[in-house]
Design a protein around this ligand. Structure first.
Ligand code: FAD
Ligand code: NAP
Ligand code: SF4
Length: 684
């Protein structure tokens, strides 16, 4: 058995606990930061492993202690999807060597995650403890026979051996999030009556046997991390006593480290979205501290060195896992070590370019860092033709362009008519649960300073004002104008634009109709129903989502409804007949819908708007007239590009480029705005 010695010595370095090495007995991690497993989509792309090597190398160069790769299946049936990656044949080894070689140019260690998806496999060959279909997957799994259980254990051991051959420093065995091993360990999905079902000793047998078999295959000097589900957050999940029993057995079986797993994928509780308070789940890892001797890793919504340092310094865990923060900034650890935390590009927890992409079978990247997973394709080389460039508009598109262009050596001047940087992000940041958007603005502000971009606020630009200043190029990033729909009475005093609410903070009545149920309609709804953000009040947030910190029953969910209703009556309306909120983010849309539902907001599709008058909003729904007797009607009916400056500059024959909402407003989001700014900067 491996044992770890954890000595905590204070020193003068910033974040002394976070940056302290961790001695695992046979090897030492340079710090307490584990980059959590993320499937990027490169695993399955043609020549994807070369790009994957560059992706991981950048993070190793950035100083992370231990990387865990995206999940790779130990066999055919455990793959995520039909063409999902597996490591089961000797010819699979070579491509992994590119990754380990790249990472080992630095003192970082890397473990391969072995992930058998069980009933979460998105293909018809899925298997599980019992033939119980997952609510989030159309495929019903086949129950594994005893013989197949043993061959699955062998597959984990064989895969680990191959991982060792490929140069990995260890493996992480995925035992949480509702995947195969977790499906065996919980009564929810394990209905077996043989020695693999029934008591906790039987249900945890698969996980324990896997660890034993892997340890036997790889010897003593190889890291085995076990990702143990500490909170299942589903009915039929394990009790705390069962979690502790399993942790002890996993330690005894030969694991080096236990990483925390929080919530099954099918749980109806947000666990990583931006509205989840920072470090909202570290208390559960803290509860396991002392029950086992091997190091414990806490996880979920830890995104700054301050938070991570606090978690370790206060004894909540021995290490912290951060995954998405390393998409957002590969240099997170080095910046922290150099006491430059204010230069970290912080993950805002939006999921828009990472998880949402993966669930749509697209390559993951990052909204705030479009270079993530494009390290070999989106490159900001020093320019050989340095230009003087004016950028008009300091929203996400203009900010991103300015920083990347300045990084390439261009001389950049950024103008905005508003008094602060950020464009629409200044409205987004006010929505309860979107406080992280402040971090992106802080990051850009610092970048502009460091890169000597000249910034002029309160400075509305025209073709005239720009014409005689000697700029080689003008980049127009003037954003959008909110759409005013052609409804009779749209100028009635009870009608408000979303900017009246979010920017000007005009008073809003008790009865409200919102026209338009896109991202902004939902955000305005949340702004109106949440008197204060629970994201900064972790205990109240946990209570609101029914998480019982006292762990009275399996899965740690509290019985009954804990949601408080809003004092406002809100109707969120759209013309489309499809589900309201159907176009929101793949992994976060359900959270927005649930939040508004819990607060009593009525979401109504198929609405035909007729007129607005003193009585309220007159509509037709399913052929029937309907009057919403409301105090205010708030317009969130999409946006139009703000392109007049671009047209004037073109007419004046200036070299002009168009990015962000000013280019295409339909379905614009910050992900597209930032990427477009970055791509233009890479080639201008
Ligand atoms: P903008 O952000 O609109 O910036 C344009 C800037 O140009 C403004 O600052 C304006 O003052 C300036 N400007 C215009 N004309 C001139 C001129 N002539 N001279 C000088 N300056 C000028 N997106 C997401 O991806 N995720 C979200 O969760 C999200 N939430 C949102 C929530 C709300 C409430 C809102 C309103 C938007 C949200 N968005 C979100 C959308 C996102 O903010 C926009 O897609 C993004 O800001 C567009 O960036 P942009 O740079 O093109 O334009
Ligand atoms: P949007 O998502 O395009 O939604 C616009 C809404 O207005 C739709 O519900 C549309 O539904 C309605 N609409 C459009 N034209 C209308 C008309 N003429 N009359 C009445 N209703 C009309 O745009 P948005 O809400 O303004 O958001 C802008 C962008 O910001 C979005 O593309 C989104 O990506 C981004 N954003 C993202 C988030 C996020 O959490 N990821 C949050 C906020 C904003 P019907 O046509 O069916 O009525
Ligand atoms: Fe974080 Fe959003 Fe980037 Fe994903 S896309 S890593 S959630 S900032």
């Amino acid at each position: 058995m491996t044992s770890a010695t954890i000595t905590k010595t204070m020193s003068n370095t910033p974040y002394p606990h976070l940056l302290e090495p961790l001695d695992l007995g046979f090897t030492t991690l340079q710090n307490r930061v584990l980059m959590g497993s993320m499937h990027t989509g490169l695993e399955e792309e043609k020549n994807g492993f070369e790009k994957l090597a560059a992706f991981y190398e950048a993070r190793a160069k950035g100083g992370v202690g231990l990387i865990v790769t995206g999940g790779i299946s130990p066999n055919f049936r455990g793959r995520v999807a039909p063409f999902g990656s597996e490591l089961s044949k000797f010819w699979h080894v070579n491509k992994h060597k590119a990754v380990t070689k790249a990472v080992h140019k630095y003192p970082t260690k890397i473990c391969l995650q072995l992930l058998h998806t069980g009933r979460y496999a998105y293909h018809p060959f899925s298997v599980s403890a019992s033939a119980v279909k997952a609510p989030i997957n159309p495929f019903k799994p086949k129950e594994l026979s005893e013989r197949k259980i043993w061959s699955t254990i062998d597959d984990f051991a064989h895969s680990s051996k191959l991982a060792q051959k490929a140069g990995y420093d260890g493996v992480e065995i995925m035992g949480s999030e509702g995947y195969l091993i977790n499906q065996f360990s919980c009564k929810r999905t394990n209905l077996r009556e043989d020695k693999w079902g029934g008591s906790i000793e039987n249900r945890m047998r698969l996980g324990v046997e896997v660890v034993q078999a892997v340890r036997k295959a790889v010897g003593e000097k190889f890291i085995i991390i076990f990702r143990l589900s500490l909170l299942d957050l589903v009915e039929g999940g394990n009790t705390w006593e069962e979690v502790v029993t399993m942790a002890k057995a996993i330690e005894k079986a030969g694991a080096t480290i236990i990483n925390s797993g929080i919530g099954w994928h099918e749980a109806r509780v947000p666990t990583i979205a931006t509205s989840v308070p920072r470090a909202a789940f570290t208390w559960i890892t803290e509860r396991l501290m002392g029950e086992v001797k091997i190091p414990l890793v806490s996880t979920n919504r830890i995104n700054t060195p301050e938070v991570a340092e606090h978690v370790i310094a206060s004894g909540q865990s021995d290490m912290v896992s951060m995954a998405r923060p390393f998409l957002a900034d590969p240099d997170f650890v080095n910046k922290a070590a150099e006491d430059k935390a204010d230069e970290i590009n912080t993950c805002i927890g939006c999921n828009q370019a990472c998880l949402d992409h993966v669930f749509k079978q697209q390559r993951a990247t990052c909204l705030v860092n479009p270079q993530a997973c494009y390290e070999t394709e989106l490159i900001f080389k020093e320019s050989v033709n340095k230009k003087s460039i004016a950028v008009v508009g300091a929203g996400p598109a203009g900010l991103a362009f300015s920083c990347y262009a300045a990084e390439r050596g261009h001389n950049v001047t950024l103008f905005d008519g508003a008094s602060e940087l950020g464009g629409q992000f200044n409205y987004a940041k006010q929505i309860p649960g979107k406080e992280e958007f402040y971090e992106t603005l802080r990051y850009y502000k610092k970048q502009l300073e460091n890169l000597n971009v000249k910034v002029h606020l309160n400075s509305m630009q025209t073709a005239d004002s720009l014409s005689n200043q000697g700029f080689d190029d003008v980049v127009v990033a003037t954003g959008i104008t909110p759409r005013t729909p052609a409804i009779e009475g749209v100028n009635h005093p009870k009608v408000m634009r979303y900017l009246d609410v979010l920017r000007d903070h005009k008073p809003v009545g008790k009865n409200v109709a919102i026209i338009g149920a896109g991202g902004i309609g939902f955000d305005v709804g949340e702004y109106l129903v949440e008197p204060e953000s629970l994201t900064v009040k972790p205990d109240e947030w946990l209570k609101e989502w029914g998480i019982d910190k006292t762990y009275q029953q399996g899965g740690a969910l509290s019985p009954g409804n804990n949601h408080s209703k809003s004092e406002r009556n809100i109707f969120l309306l759209q013309r489309k007949k499809t589900k309201v909120g159907g176009g929101l983010g793949k992994t976060t849309g359900w959270i927005h819908r649930s939040t508004l539902q819990h607060k009593g907001v009525q979401m109504i599709p198929g609405v035909e708007y007729k007129k607005i008058d003193d009585q309220g909003l007159h509509c037709v729904i399913n052929g029937e007239p309907k009057l919403f007797e409301v105090d205010n009607v708030i317009l969130c009916a999409g946006q139009e590009p703000n392109r007049s400056l671009y047209e004037q500059l073109q007419a004046a024959n200036l070299s002009v480029h168009l990015i962000g909402g000013a280019d295409v407003a339909a379905e614009l989001d910050a992900k597209r705005a930032i990427r477009q700014g970055a791509e233009l900067a890479a080639k201008i």
